[in-house]
Design a protein around this ligand. Structure first.
Ligand code: IVH
Length: 673
């Protein structure tokens, strides 16, 4: 290809990808499959690898990959980023209108645009001739921080504006709110709790914390989104109204909330407010009010601004979702995975229309950090579908009679030891037969990759535990035919099927059995390593921390967890009963069978000869490791149909690529000794 042709090809690919991004992220109406999109991205990536001189800052490949910064540089906003005055009830909004009318002419007819007030982090983005050049935080309104590389990682931010329908201005400073969805916030905090990291107090803090990362890779791993709502300086385009601004920037590819309304009277404003209050609970993002703006920009400029806020807009706030109440007691709840969670029992309080009498205190670290005590008056917050939580203690209301709280070191449900593993925030009950954990444990035990007990689905497990028939996985093997067929919706035939499946599961390899026990930090791979090393259950049970650590790929976290698990007499009893029930271990393979020992495999694309799980089993049962991502340490990548970016990466890294047939031949080869 000639230079010009290559350039055209690259431009064509970028345009296609930008278009698909727009359809996917802004319109939520994709036109192509993910595979097709990946193919275009790969093609562009390959061309850019070959011709790096043709890479531009707005290329869709440039979202991630920037190096971590030492510090953020300061950026002065061309036009100050203002804040908004607040109104809390209808009378304050009427006063706002009275003020407006005084500043306008008698013949002026005021039209409003109402939109959600997003509870996120305000940012400004500069587009020069349609290309995203600089992005910054609000800072103090005059000077913010340059967070361009972090903003580039947000998929809903276009790196280049569309100019098909409406031509783009020479310069556009556009402002918006970066938000974190309630669902992702909950997930992120759960992960942080597991990892013993401090929790974010709310989605807004999670958005702020994610954007203020010096390493853009961390930002890229956080699911941030943005809604644009206002402008800074614009050169080369004139708008007549705010509504027209919102409609136009949507055509340029900038995301604007669909929840907006033009209103010609306060009656309409109040009715839209009521609608938003209703919708608030079911929205994926936090909004804390409705912004009312004068639509006509000429009127806006005649009305003018104050030092820190415009006179032509107001935030009509929603009822608070924080209230003050008193903690009567602190209880300890046991979660599905045995985590002991402290829960504050409070004097009931109505928070934004919902009565709240319990709030999570997360873990001991959070209790200590906030210094929460029984009897304390506290601020409680409820947000979206997130569990209510204690925000802070009102220390001035202490009487001296408050009592400190310590999470117990025994499980409040079953009395077994509850232990905090080093590096983790949570205290966990170590008892495999704790009723609060049993359901989850049994579901795992019966699952396909563990004991593979066909027909023992979630519903059935719940019934068995709730009826008291099953208190540990071992009980499954001691139920009589009558007990099985006496269960709800259990026909004789199904009972027989389950009994057969249980019989079948008794012949199992040791690795699967160890995995089925559901020991924390002992996944399928670790379980197999342990089985290969110890050869039988007795040796494993007696293993010391140091011996476990001496096994390649077993780390301190798994080692400690194993020692604690086998220290718990209830767990030993369950294992003994399982073996008494007739569980028999297949012979552990000898070293000679471990032909793939030390080799790492990655499978990508649609496999035709095996299921993904079968293929991975073939590797792991021969001592190899199946991984999901390609790195320099990968030995083989097996490509199925429509293999994606992993195959490309393998090529780049010089990793051996095999077809499925080649892989099959490889594993069928007998060991050469
Ligand atoms: S208009 C000059 N529209 O609220 C007017 N702001 O308290 C200010 N905010 O930092 C911008 N949602 O980032 C506007 N729909 C919306 C908004 C919104 C949230 C933020 C804004 C500003 C803060 C002002």
């Amino acid at each position: 290809m000639h230079d010009k042709e290559i350039n055209n090809k690259i431009n064509d690919l970028r345009e296609k990808i930008n278009n698909h991004n727009y359809r996917y992220y802004i319109l939520d109406d994709p036109q192509v499959s993910d595979a097709e999109y990946d193919r275009l991205m790969r093609e562009l990536q390959n061309l850019e690898n070959r011709f790096p001189e043709l890479i531009t800052s707005d290329s869709p490949t440039q979202r991630v990959g920037a190096k971590p910064l030492a510090a953020f540089e300061s950026i002065e906003h061309t036009v100050p980023m203002l804040s908004l005055d607040n109104g809390f009830d209808q009378s304050e909004i009427r006063e706002f209108e009275t003020r407006l009318n005084k500043l306008l002419l008698p013949l002026d007819v005021v039209e409003y645009v109402c939109e959600p007030k997003f509870d996120g982090l305000a940012v400004e983005l500069v587009y020069e001739n349609g290309i995203f050049s600089v992005g910054s935080t609000r800072g103090d309104g005059q000077v913010g921080e340059n967070i361009t590389q972090n903003l580039k990682t947000i998929k809903t931010i276009p790196l280049r504006l569309f100019d098909k329908e409406v031509s783009i201005p020479e310069k556009l400073e556009v402002r918006g709110e970066v938000v974190f969805s309630n669902k992702d916030f909950k997930k992120l905090n759960q992960q942080r709790e597991q990892a013993g990291e401090p929790l974010f107090a709310n989605p807004r803090n999670a958005a702020a914390g994610s954007l203020r990362q010096l390493d853009p890779k961390i930002t890229a791993s956080r699911p941030l989104d943005i809604f644009f709502h206002s402008t800074g300086q614009i050169i080369g385009y004139e708008f007549d109204s705010h509504w027209q601004f919102l409609e136009t920037i949507t055509k340029w590819g900038l995301k604007v909330s669909p929840l907006r309304r033009k209103c010609t009277s306060l009656k309409e404003v109040f009715s839209f407010y009521d609608e938003l209050v209703e919708q608030r609970e079911s929205l994926p993002y936090e909004i804390d009010g409705m912004v009312i703006k004068v639509n006509n920009l000429d009127q806006q400029s005649r009305i003018g601004i104050k030092t820190r806020s415009p006179r032509w807009a107001i935030a009509y706030k929603f009822p608070a979702r924080q209230e003050t109440t008193q903690i009567i007691d602190i209880l300890t709840q046991v979660g599905r995975t045995g985590t002991l969670t402290p829960v504050a029992v409070m004097k009931p309080v109505n928070i934004g229309g919902v009565e709240v009498s319990r709030a999570t205190l997360h873990n001991q670290d959070e209790i200590d950090k906030k210094d929460v005590r029984i009897g304390d008056w506290v601020v409680v917050q409820r947000a979206g579908d997130v569990i209510p939580e204690v925000v802070k203690v009102i220390e001035s209301r202490r009487t001296g009679n408050e009592k400190k709280f310590q999470i117990p070191n025994t499980c409040p449900v079953c009395g077994a030891h509850a232990i905090r593993i080093e590096g983790e925030a949570a205290v966990r009950c170590q008892n495999l037969s704790c009723p609060a954990q049993v359901k989850q444990q049994i579901k795992h035990f019966a699952s396909r990759t563990a004991m593979d007990i066909e027909g023992l689905g979630d519903k059935l497990v719940e019934q068995l535990v709730d009826s008291g028939l099953v208190k540990s996985s071992a009980d499954l093997y001691y139920l009589t035919t009558e007990q099985w067929s006496g269960l709800e919706r259990m026909a004789d035939k199904s009972a027989k099927n389950i009994i057969d499946a249980l019989e079948k599961s008794k012949h199992i390899n040791l690795g699967r059995f160890v995995f089925a026990l559901g020991i924390r930090f002992v996944g399928e791979h670790a379980a197999r390593l342990l089985a290969n090393y110890f050869k039988n259950m007795n040796n494993l049970k007696k293993a010391s921390y140091d011996e476990l650590l001496s096994i390649h790929e077993i780390g301190p976290q798994s080692a400690q967890s194993l020692v604690q698990f086998f220290d718990e007499p209830k767990n030993i009893k369950t294992i003994d009963r399982l073996i008494q029930a007739g569980i028999q271990f297949e012979k552990v393979k000898t070293e000679a069978d471990q032909v793939l020992s030390g080799k790492t495999f990655v499978f990508t694309g649609a496999l035709e000869l095996f299921t993904r799980h079968e293929a991975e089993e073939l590797v792991t049962s021969r001592g190899g490791r199946a991984s999901s991502s390609v790195s320099k340490k990968t030995n083989f990548v097996i490509v199925g149909k429509d293999a994606g970016s992993k195959a490309v990466k393998a090529k780049e890294l010089g990793v051996t690529i095999l077809s499925e047939t080649e892989f099959k031949e490889m594993i069928e080869k007998k060991p050469n000794r």
